[in-house]
Ligand binder design. Sequence first.
Ligand code: PGA
Length: 249
Amino acid sequence: MRTPFIAGNWKMNGSRELVERFGRQVTSAALPEGVSAALMVPFPYLEAAVKTFEQGPLVVGAQTLNDQPSGAFTGEVSGGMLAELGVRYVLVGHSERRALFHEDEAAVLSRVRAALATGLVPVLCLGETLEEREAERTEAVVLGQLEAVLDGLEADQRQRLVVAYEPVWAIGTGRTASPEQAQAVHEVIRARLGRYSASLAAEMQLLYGGSMKASNAAELLAQPDIDGGLVGGASLQVDDFLAICQSAG
Ligand code: PGA
């Protein structure tokens, strides 16, 4: 059984005060039964977020990690450090990391491995650019990104991932994929998971991301292969975030 999962990605936004505001307003009663939710906050706010949500209902995630356990990598943070703080999830392969920080397929795979090795749940992000969509390469790009990771993992490791489909043209643009467009890609992803194993296809949580907001979440989340959302801009407002969580219930 796949449970609905809404993850907020603050990117390089937010403040300690915003963590506290979420802490005051996001109570167990504010989340619908059976929906789990996470906040991926910038490194400096992780500890406060973990403490704030020690008793739930949110779990806390980071937005990236280095693939090495320790060493001379000035400015970097390892999976072990995140796990020690009580962080549970980590985004890997977000399109901003791929495009702006030059993380290629090998870098994405090694970060997924590093996350798994430290007990974190990697949220693997996949998605095509507008140019790729217009060239009808969406499936090839998304499945290529998926296989580049899955082929490098053992079967039991694959079962511990969450996957987020985020069309790059929909991220931060206000231009959401239609429910049909999103479902079509999710269906293709799930079918490809079935080549690895039936249980992987049945159990993997597939999130949609890209301008998800309170006004469009319900119809996206109603699609059979969309199990949740990865929410950027709308996760910076408690009310919007909670409204999206409500739509998942
Ligand atoms: P957005 O970002 O909701 O602001 O489009 C989504 C993401 O990048 O995860």
